[in-house]
Design a protein around this ligand. Structure first.
Ligand SMILES: Nc1ncnc2c1ncn2[C@@H]1O[C@H](COP(=O)(O)OP(=O)(O)O)[C@@H](O)[C@H]1O
Ligand SMILES: CC(=O)OP(=O)(O)O
Ligand SMILES: [Mg+2]
Length: 355
């Protein structure tokens, strides 16, 4: 996210998203974008660059201006977010070297969950093994923060109630919101925990990891690759992690099983979070699958009928903002994910603090 300042003082935002495993490509990409902005936005200057950072660990509870020391701390967290951390650190480091005076802000997915009580964040392992801030953190916080702000702006009667938010994209998690604050979530120390995802396993018996190491003789690096890249929808279907592709092959029995497991695990973990809230008043779907895949929403809502979730089929198929019937007790909403708005707001806050 680049925040550019025009000569008349207006802040503009430009969103850059890159995907892929190779951190160096992300560094190159940001260099190209900066050159482009400087060449084409004459008269305006880049005020700040806001970055999504998945893991802030115990070091960072809120948006933080980046310097060399901050980058070293983020390096420390790579093993806890090997899929996400390197591609976000690479452009920061490159920019810090090439434009040391440019304000860069790290905006963390973990920050939003610092309101979760210790009884849910402590890992049930011996205290002697829990140094370096090993605990449950929770992720997708930039998305949940945006959803909480949208609820307040557009659905104020719901914003203060018990809301289950489902961010279902390549990564997928649930967040229990009470009064707009996170009180529980399904991801943990890492983004592997919780729901079954595109290529990640989600919650599994820890004994399965020992099985991979001891019976299948996988190295720790191979286990990591299996859990992050080869499991979930992709692993079970044997075909793809992409929901659109799976929908085209629903006749395949492995695809069918993968899709059923995706719903099954959602229902199981949604039940846990709803119990932790003591009930639920609204459910919000967001993320690539949550906001686009009507079949997924329908399957989940059917399984949650016992809560008096009543889906309006037409509204669901049309992807309207409200997809529940008025007669049901639980309001069901679809709100497109917009992590960039949270990054923009947080970056602007740090920018203003520095002025
Ligand atoms: N129109 C659609 N119908 C069903 N699934 C979709 C649609 N558009 C995107 N998706 C799915 O959304 C997922 C990607 O979600 P997204 O939130 O973009 O991921 P990321 O976690 O990388 O940000 C993929 O599984 C993709 O197939
Ligand atoms: C936190 C996380 O899993 O992010 P993404 O869904 O973008 O992979
Ligand atoms: Mg996303």
């Amino acid at each position: 996210m680049l925040t550019t300042r025009t000569p008349d003082g207006v802040s503009k935002r430009m969103v850059i998203e890159a995907t892929g495993k190779h951190a160096s490509a992300h560094g190159d990409m940001i260099r190209h974008v900066l050159n482009f902005v400087e060449a084409h936005e004459s008269g305006s200057e880049i005020g700040a660059v806001g970055h999504r950072v998945v893991h802030g660990g115990s070091y960072f509870e809120g948006p933080t201006a980046i310097n060399g020391e901050v980058l070293e701390r983020l390096d420390d967290l790579i093993s806890l977010a090997p899929l996400h951390q390197p591609p976000s650190i690479a452009p920061m480091r490159l920019l810090l070297e090439e434009k040391p005076d440019l304000l860069q802000v790290a905006c963390f997915d973990t920050s939003f969950h610092h309101t979760i009580p210790t009884v849910r964040t402590r890992l049930p392992l011996p205290a002697t093994l829990l140094d370096h801030g090993a605990r449950v953190y929770g992720f997708h916080g930039l998305s949940y923060d945006y959803i909480a702000s949208e609820l307040e702006a557009r659905f104020p009667a719901i914003a203060s109630k018990r809301v289950l938010v489902a961010h279902i994209g390549n990564g997928a998690s649930l967040c229990a919101l009470m009064h707009g604050r996170s009180i529980a979530t399904t991801m943990g120390l890492t983004v592997l925990d919780g729901l079954m995802m595109g290529t990640r396993c989600g919650t599994i018996d820890p004994g399965a990891i020992l099985y991979l190491l001891q019976q299948k003789n996988l190295t720790p690096a191979e286990v990591q690759d299996t859990l992050y890249y080869q499991s979930g929808l992709k692993g079970v279907s044997g075909l793809s992690s992409d929901m659109r592709v799976l929908r085209e092959h629903e006749a395949d029995e492995n695809v069918q099983l993968a899709l059923e497991m995706f719903v099954e695990r959602f229902v199981q973990q949604a039940g846990g979070l709803i119990a932790q809230m003591g009930g639920v008043d609204a459910i919000v779907f967001t993320g690539g699958i949550g906001q686009h895949d009507a079949m997924f929403r329908r399957a989940v809502c059917q399984r949650l009928k016992w809560l008096d979730v009543q889906l309006c089929e037409d509204a669901n198929l049309a992807g309207r903002p409200t997809i529940s019937q008025r007669s049901g007790r639980v309001t069901v909403l679809v709100i497109p994910a917009d992590e960039e708005t949270t990054i923009f707001r947080q970056t602007r806050r740090i920018m203003k603090g520095k002025q």
